[in-house]
Design a protein around this ligand. Sequence first.
Ligand code: GLU
Length: 291
Amino acid sequence: MFPARYTSRFAPSPTGHLHLGSVYAALASFLDARTNHGLWQLRFDDLDTPRNVAGSIDSILKTLEILGLHWDNAIDYQSQHLDEYHAVLNDLMTQEKIYRCGCSRKNVSSIYAQTCRNQHFPAENPHALRLKTDSRQIIFNDDLQGKISQNLAECGDFILKRKDNIIAYQFAVVLDDMRQNVNHVVRGMDLLNETSKQIYLQHILNLPTPNYCHVPILVDSNGIKLSKTTLAAAVDLSKPNRVLFQLLELLKQKPFRELEHATVSEILEWAIQHWTISNLKMITKIDCGKF
Ligand code: GLU
């Protein structure tokens, strides 16, 4: 059998514009896919409807286009696959791998005490669906962060469908990556701690585990992660070549000075030819304060 083609994705949530930190992870994932002659797909993680912000899909698409980050295949939207998530939840319920939970969030400490695990909480009352977990050790090898080992007991029985009926990210992402044939995930370090839950779900659902690679997160000069909640500014698209050049420096690719004045496609071409992801090995955060 031929090895499957490298297949990857970028999965932004449409909760606002792309800031430098999100474009940083997108560029790493794009360059890694292109260097490996792989596919780079785009998916909108749009299930958390209360957090979605009107206009952000257009703004994200525009940013990617101006930066020359062209994706393969049709854009995927999680919201178009609700039936699939619910069908799998029904199966898991039949197999008694998940259970209804009526606990309110404020009564739940970070690790759920399994209060509802054997209660047969009534289906007609508002409830979340939780996955039964045990204390097994989940071990995987992250391309950049090395061997990661986490005991599932640290996650507890985690939620697959929220009480407000929203499908949880942890669960959706596993089915999404399978649907899009993703075998390489390159994303920010902020998701490293979520990965063992995703791997456990893959085991439960008999799905293959992709290769994971968590790139550093960008932090400001106070060490705070750039994010929408810290109101990180949208990427300045007036000089896209400058943005790409800065990102390549932050990705430790050591672009030569004059490259800053090249066109977007010339910069990307250079970056694909010189891409050395191992320059980011064991780095968890990078200060972009001076940019
Ligand atoms: N939508 C997630 C986020 O914006 C990314 C999910 C993923 O890459 O697995 O944080």
